[in-house]
Design a protein around this ligand. Structure first.
Ligand SMILES: [Zn+2]
Length: 129
């Protein structure tokens, strides 16, 4: 997989991928749970939804909302094995290695971190106006 910075840069050029944002509710949830818990959720989702050689309902296993990590998975093209292959050249029909799972989690957490900053910026500007 590419580095996190390279991946985020490429994703920012996709209209579809760059169209995902965290809602105020998502940000409140992140603040309530804290980064360690969110990282564990991300690890669990990646293990269940992406890591198996042939994930259940592959292509449709990641909801569009309901958890900030789900949005991160779509925004980073880590939503299914088809997208993972297309964007990161990870072959389908074999299990992900521990390193690959960790790389995905790192990317998801980086995206979430950026979005939290953007969200706070947006709120700040609204307050200033
Ligand atoms: Zn996908």
């Amino acid at each position: 997989m590419a580095t996190v910075a390279e991946a985020l840069e490429r994703l920012s050029r996709s209209r579809f991928r760059s169209g995902f944002y965290l809602s105020r509710k998502d940000i409140a949830y992140l603040e309530e749970k804290g980064p360690d818990v969110i990282r564990r959720h991300a690890q669990d989702f990646v293990r269940q939804k992406l890591a198996p050689a042939d994930p259940v309902n592959d292509g449709k296993q990641t909801p569009m909302s309901g958890h900030p990590v789900f949005k991160a998975m779509h925004a980073t093209a880590c939503c299914c094995r088809g997208c993972l292959e297309k964007w990161y050249h990870v072959p389908q029909h074999r299990a992900l290695t521990e390193e690959e799972q960790e790389a995905v989690v790192k990317l998801l957490m980086a995206w979430i971190g950026r979005m939290v900053c953007h969200g706070q910026e947006r709120l700040k500007h609204r307050e200033l106006r």
